[in-house]
Design a protein around this ligand. Structure first.
Ligand code: CA
Length: 708
C-alpha cells in the first residue's frame, strides 16, 4: 500500500487529476446538504445540516461487521492530533490534517488526487491552546473551504486544490486560531475562531462563498470600548448584553466567547445555531467583578441565516467561571416529547448536563446530568438557570469540582440515531481544583485564567495518585434524550475520548485513546468488532457508499486538548504520524506498524544547575504544564525529562528565551519568564529526570502564588 508523503502527493497531483475517474467537481448545494440528513451521503462536517452523524447505510451491519477489513489507507506528514471528519462528494474524499492541510483522495481506491498546504507559520502553534488540529473542510459549488490555524479562510478549487480566494478572518496580531470546520449556508461560508484562554473577543462571520467578501458578523459580547461595531450583533449587544458586563478585566482582555466548534442550520426555520465558549479570564471575579450573566458567553445563539440578526439565545452557564463552554457539538432532531412532535436542539456541553431545547424559540425542555456533576444540583426548568453549589464560585480556598475544564464532553462529535432514538455521547470525567489566582494580571499573548494552575499540579503522594486515578473516567454513553437517562454505557480505560458514528446497520462506531476502532450493537452496546490502529484515536468515523459498497473512514492520530494538557491521563506513546484508515467488508489491505522513535533517558552525569527546583516546580506548573504535562510527566509534546536541551543552561535558554524552536510552536517565553525562572524550571526538570520526588510542600509554599 501507499506511504503518502506530502512531496509525493504534490508531484502526482497534476497527472492524477488528469486521469482520475472520480467526480471531483465538489458539486454540493443547500438541497444536497439538507438531503444528506436522511440519505447515505456525507457532504458536510456533521453529515447534513442537522449534524446527527447517523447514516442509514446498512450493508455493513451488526450481522456482518466481523468481516470489516482495511480497504486502503494513507499516511500523513504530521504527528500532531487528527480531529477531522472526512467528507465524500461524487467519489472524492476530502479531509484535513493538523496544521490545516487539505487532501483529496479517490474514495474507492485511496489514490491521491491533490493536496494543499496553507503553510501556517509554526509560531502560530503557541496560540493554539489545544493542539494545532483541524476538524475538516466544507464543500460547496465546486469549492473546498478550510479554516487555517492562522485565521485565514481559504477557498480551493475542488478539482485541483488551487487557491480561489483567501481571507484573513482575524487580527493577525492577536492570539486567534481556527480549528473548526467551516459550514456553508445559502452561499455563505460560516467561520468562527478560538483563543478564549489567551484573551480575545469572539465572533462568527459569514463570507460570500463565491468571492470571500464578508456578508455579516456576529460578535458574542460587547465591544470593550462601548462603541458599536457596525455589525449584525450591535442591536442585541446593546439591548441585552451590555448591562450584563459590569467593570472588570474583560475590557483589557477581550472577554472570550469564541465560536470554535458547533454551527448547525435548520433550513425550514432558516436559523443558524452556534455555540459560544467560556469567558476570559476564566475567573468571573476578575472578568467582571463577579457580577452579571456576561452574555453571550457560554450560550447557544440562534441567528437569521441571511443577516446574522439575533433570534434567541440560551445561556448554559450564566456568569461562567470554569471554562464551561457551550461550543460542544449540537444535533437537531424532531422528537416526540409528551406526545407532541417537537423540533429540538440537543447539546452535551462541558458542564455535564444534557440539554434539550425547543429550537424554534430557545426554551429549555429538559436538562439532566450525564456524568458526575458537583458544581450544580440541577437546572431550573422554569428559569432555565442552573442551581449552583455555592462553593462552585471559588475564591481563596481550593475547590475540587467536576467536570474539569476539559469537559464532561469536549469537541468529540456525538451521534443521534433516529432508529434507536438514542444519542451516543463520548463522555468523560475528572476533577479539577479551582482556586482564584490572587496575583492575576493580564499577560498579553499568554494564558489569562485568573485561576491558580498550580493547584492542579497533580497528586504529591501515591495515595493521592490512587484517589485521583479512581475519579478519572471515560464512557461511551447511549443516552435517551426524551427520558434523559442512559440506556447503556461502555467504560473507557482513558479520559480523553473519541468521536462517534451510528448507522442503519444497527451499529455504533467509536475509536479510542488506546488505539482501537470499535463497533457496537447500537441498541445494546455489545462489542461486535475492533481494529487496532497502532495510534491513538480522537476523531469521529464517517461512512459512505460507492458502487454498492459501504466504506467506513477514520482519521487516526492522538492529540488535541486532552493529550496536550493532560498526557498523564492517556496511554504513554511517542507522537506518531497521522493516518486515514478506510474499511469495507472483506477489505484485505494492511497498514505497516508504526516506526517508533523515542528519545532515550538522559545521561545526567556531570549536569549541574544553580536553580531552585521548588520555585521551578511552581513556575513550570503555572506556565508550561498545559503543553508539557503537569509536573513534566508529559511524554507527548516533547518529554522535557528526556530532552538534551535541559542539560546545559545555554541549550535551555536557546529554546525558552531565544525561541530557536519557534517554528514548532515553542516560541520564546522571555515575555513571561525571568532568567532566574528559566534556570529554576531547568533545575526542576533535572530533578524530575533523575526520578526525584516532587519538592516538599514546605519548600513550595515559600515560592508559591501569593508569596512572590
Ligand atoms: Ca475554553
Amino acid at each position: 500500500m501507499r506511504l503518502i508523503k506530502l512531496g509525493l502527493v504534490l508531484a502526482l497531483a497534476v497527472g492524477l487529476a488528469a486521469c482520475h475517474k472520480a467526480g471531483g467537481g465538489g458539486n454540493v448545494d443547500g438541497a444536497r446538504i439538507a438531503a444528506a440528513d436522511t440519505n447515505g451521503e456525507w457532504v458536510s462536517y456533521g453529515k447534513g445540516y442537522s449534524e446527527q452523524r447517523f447514516s442509514p447505510l446498512d450493508k455493513v451491519n451488526a450481522g456482518n461487521v466481523g468481516q470489516l477489513g482495511l480497504a486502503w489507507y494513507a499516511q500523513f506528514d504530521t504527528d500532531r492530533g487528527q480531529e477531522a471528519t472526512p467528507l465524500v462528494v461524487d467519489g472524492v474524499l476530502y479531509t484535513t490534517t493538523a496544521w490545516s492541510k487539505v487532501f483529496a483522495f479517490d474514495a474507492a481506491t485511496g489514490k491521491p488526487i491533490w493536496s494543499y498546504d496553507p503553510k501556517v507559520d509554526g509560531k502560530k502553534g503557541f496560540d493554539a491552546c489545544c493542539d494545532v488540529v483541524n476538524r475538516g473542510v466544507a464543500v460547496w459549488k465546486g469549492r473546498v473551504y478550510v479554516g487555517a490555524l492562522d485565521g485565514r479562510l481559504i477557498a480551493l478549487d475542488a478539482k485541483d486544490g488551487h487557491v480561489v480566494w483567501s481571507e484573513q478572518t482575524t487580527d493577525p496580531g492577536k492570539p486567534f486560531t481556527i480549528t473548526q470546520a467551516p459550514r456553508v449556508v445559502k452561499d455563505k461560508v460560516l467561520i468562527g475562531n478560538s483563543g478564549a484562554e489567551y484573551g480575545v473577543r469572539g465572533y462568527v462571520t459569514a463570507y460570500d462563498a463565491a468571492t470571500g467578501k464578508k456578508v455579516w458578523r456576529f460578535y458574542t459580547l460587547p465591544n470593550p470600548t462601548g462603541a458599536p461595531d457596525g455589525e449584525a450583533s450591535d442591536k442585541v449587544l446593546k439591548e441585552k448584553a451590555a448591562a450584563t458586563w459590569p467593570e472588570g478585566a474583560w475590557k483589557l482582555v477581550g472577554g472570550g466567547g469564541t465560536v470554535w466548534d458547533a454551527m448547525v442550520y435548520d433550513p425550514q426555520l432558516d436559523m443558524i445555531y452556534f455555540g459560544v465558549d467560556n469567558g476570559t479570564p476564566w475567573n468571573q471575579q476578575d472578568r467582571s467583578g463577579g457580577k452579571g450573566d456576561n452574555l453571550f458567553v457560554s450560550s447557544i445563539v440562534a441567528v437569521k441565516a441571511d443577516t446574522g440578526e439575533y433570534v434567541w439565545h440560551y445561556q448554559v452557564n450564566p456568569g461562567e467561571s470554569w471554562d464551561y463552554s457551550a461550543v460542544q457539538p449540537m444535533i437537531l432532531a424532531d422528537l416526540t416529547i409528551a406526545g407532541k412532535p417537537t423540533k429540538v436542539l440537543m447539546q452535551a456541553p462541558k458542564n455535564g448536563f444534557f440539554y434539550v431545547l425547543d429550537r424554534t424559540n430557545g426554551k429549555l425542555i429538559s436538562a439532566k446530568p450525564f456524568v458526575p456533576v458537583t458544581w450544580a444540583s440541577s437546572i431550573d426548568i422554569a428559569t432555565g438557570r442552573p442551581v449552583e453549589n455555592p462553593s462552585a464560585r471559588y475564591k481563596s480556598s481550593v475547590e475540587l469540582q467536576m467536570p474539569a475544564p476539559l469537559g464532561a464532553h469536549n469537541w468529540h462529535p456525538m451521534s443521534f440515531s433516529p432508529k434507536t432514538g438514542l444519542v451516543y455521547i463520548p463522555a468523560q470525567s475528572m476533577p479539577f481544583a479551582f482556586q482564584a489566582d490572587p496575583n492575576f494580571v493580564y499577560k498579553p499573548g499568554g494564558w489569562n485564567l485568573g485561576v491558580n494552575l498550580l493547584a492542579n499540579a497533580g497528586p504529591t503522594t501515591p495515595e493521592q495518585a490512587k484517589q485521583l486515578a479512581a475519579m478519572i473516567k471515560g464512557w461511551l454513553i447511549a443516552w435517551d434524550p426524551v427520558t434523559q437517562k442512559p440506556v447503556w454505557t461502555v467504560p473507557r480505560p482513558y479520559f480523553w475520548n473519541a468521536g462517534v458514528l451510528s448507522t442503519g446497520g444497527n451499529l455504533v462506531f467509536q475509536g479510542a485513546a488506546e488505539g482501537q476502532l470499535y463497533a457496537y450493537d447500537a441498541a445494546k452496546g455489545t462489542q461486535l468488532w475492533s481494529y487496532s490502529t497502532g495510534n491513538g484515536v480522537i476523531a469521529a468515523p464517517m461512512t459512505y457508499e460507492i458502487a454498492g459498497e459501504q466504506y467506513v473512514a477514520l482519521m487516526v492520530g492522538s492529540g488535541g486538548g486532552g493529550q496536550v494538557s493532560a498526557p498523564s491521563l492517556l496511554p504513554t506513546r511517542p507522537r506518531l504520524p497521522g493516518r486515514l484508515l478506510v474499511f469495507k467488508l472483506g477489505g484485505k489491505a494492511t497498514a505497516p506498524p508504526f516506526k517508533i522513535n523515542q528519545l532515550p533517558p538522559l545521561d545526567l552525569t556531570g549536569v549541574t544547575t544553580t536553580g531552585d527546583k521548588a520555585h521551578g516546580y511552581v513556575v513550570f506548573n503555572n506556565n508550561c504544564q498545559v503543553c508539557h504535562g503537569a509536573n513534566a510527566t508529559g511524554s507527548w509534546l516533547p518529554d522535557l525529562k528526556r530532552s538534551p536541551m535541559i542539560t546545559t543552561p545555554d541549550n535551555f535558554n536557546s529554546v525558552v528565551i531565544q525561541g530557536v524552536r519557534a517554528h514548532n510552536g515553542m516560541v520564546s517565553f522571555s515575555k513571561f519568564l525571568t532568567p532566574k525562572d528559566v534556570e529554576d524550571v531547568r533545575a526542576f526538570l533535572i530533578s524530575q529526570a533523575k526520578g526525584e520526588p516532587l519538592p516538599a510542600p514546605a519548600a513550595v509554599a515559600k515560592t508559591a502564588v501569593g508569596a512572590k
